[in-house]
Design a binder for this molecule. Sequence first.
Ligand code: CDP
Length: 243
Amino acid sequence: MLYIRRSPIIGYFCSVKPIIIAIDGYSSCGKSTLAKALAARFGFAYVDSGAMYRAVTLYFIEQQIGLADNDAIEKALEAIHIHFEYNPEHRRNETYLNERMVEDEIRSKPVSDLVSPVATIKAVRTAMVALQRKAAINKSIVMDGRDIGTHVFPEAELKIFMTADPLVRAKRRFAELQAKGEKWSMDEVIENLKERDRIDSTREENPLRQATDARVLDNSYLSEQEQLDKVIIWVKNLLSART
Ligand code: CDP
């Protein structure tokens, strides 16, 4: 069984129809950074759908579940519980796998190397998409991932497709990993991003695609604040068009 525990970050839009903001794009484009900042700015909930696929991958690694073993995968999905909690001390949302905080482990190299193959598995996607849709019931939400605007919430009012120069993305991810003390070489980072983008864009089940009604945001040369300012205007315009 999979469930999501209500995070302390709860949308304030009680009297207004909840809004869904879907952010999709390539690996390490800064989707989560933008999604978190946007959610904080408007008081919306935030869900990192990639963290869910990463948590499942960590479980598969720890339990030595073969990616072709359908029975074991079905059983594993029944045994996996994922939820998110906001940690005020670290000022971040943290991912829990079966009540264990795994926010750092799910960003490790073994998980990053295996997550895209795991995310091609139909049963895994079906379970995660159900969980993602449940997370958005009756609340305004910002969710980032690969198929949020195309498959999870095709009705989302604002869809953003993020992209950035591959070398800029690799440099950002390399700096992030170094800051965490993770030992990746630049070549390993480049290879991981390239391979995940390839698998994510070519898989059969809900591949990474730009939704036809998505706004494209290339942030190769934008600072975090600049991209946030741009998107805040989009959201404000959307909200004022509703009233
Ligand atoms: O590294 P980055 O933050 O860009 O990736 P992530 O959002 O943590 O997602 C990790 C992996 O999960 C992706 O490379 C995809 O293979 C998979 N994923 C997916 O298939 N669908 C989603 N909605 C989100 C992530």
